[in-house]
Design a protein around this ligand. Structure first.
Ligand code: COA
Length: 164
């Protein structure tokens, strides 16, 4: 049986931290689906379509297409997994800040569907401080974000923020 994982998130935008989890996850599982799922607390800078295009471009640049794909879903993550016959949720875990939130999410998803397991990969030490909102804050103040996001989306972040 194929080991299929879903890597859900907002990805507004995708960071090097996310990419590291995707690359390492793609070595553990036969397929990884990056899923743009809705976090109801978040208003995004990029539209769903823009984020999908950005991720597709990055997957091509990184030669990850095939094993890794991108999709979007409105609704419960466990329902998406059931529809697509996926039983692994992949999440990155950064020190301290993530634990309670991730534990709660994993427990909730497990409560909703106990045949789906959440698997955590610890974030690489080079990226554990990264988060999308921090990157947007740095970019809006003219800071250098080249070590935080793939170069192909750096300009679109800057121009989107400048035109807001
Ligand atoms: N490296 C760097 N940054 C990372 C990271 C990593 N490895 N992993 C996460 N982050 C950052 C993200 O950039 C993001 O930063 P931000 O808050 O500044 O935007 C933050 O950590 C967490 O974001 P993300 O991992 O994208 O998760 P989320 O909290 O935005 O989204 C969903 C959570 C979408 C997975 C969740 O809401 C969901 O499953 N929604 C579907 C509905 C559902 O089923 N709800 C019940 C589930 S409990």
């Amino acid at each position: 049986m194929k080991k299929k994982a879903v890597y859900p998130g907002t990805f507004d935008p995708l960071t090097f931290g996310h990419l590291d989890i995707i690359k390492r996850g793609s070595k553990l599982f036969d397929t990884v689906t990056i899923l743009l799922a809705k976090n109801r607390q978040k208003n995004t800078l990029f539209t769903l379509e823009e984020r999908i295009e950005q991720i597709k471009m990055i997957l091509e640049e990184e030669k990850l297409t095939g094993r890794v794909n991108v999709d979007c879903f409105q609704g419960l993550l466990v329902d998406y997994c059931k529809q697509k016959d996926i039983n692994i949720i992949l999440r990155g875990l950064r020190p301290m800040a993530d634990f309670d939130y991730e534990f709660e999410m994993a427990m909730t998803n497990r409560g909703l569907n106990s045949s789906i397991e959440t698997v955590f990969i610890t974030t690489d030490q080079n990226f554990f401080y990264l988060r999308s909102s921090l990157i947007k804050d740095i970019a809006v103040m003219g800071g250098d974000i080249s070590s935080m996001v793939p170069s192909s989306i750096e300009d679109s972040i800057k121009s989107k923020l400048a035109n807001r």
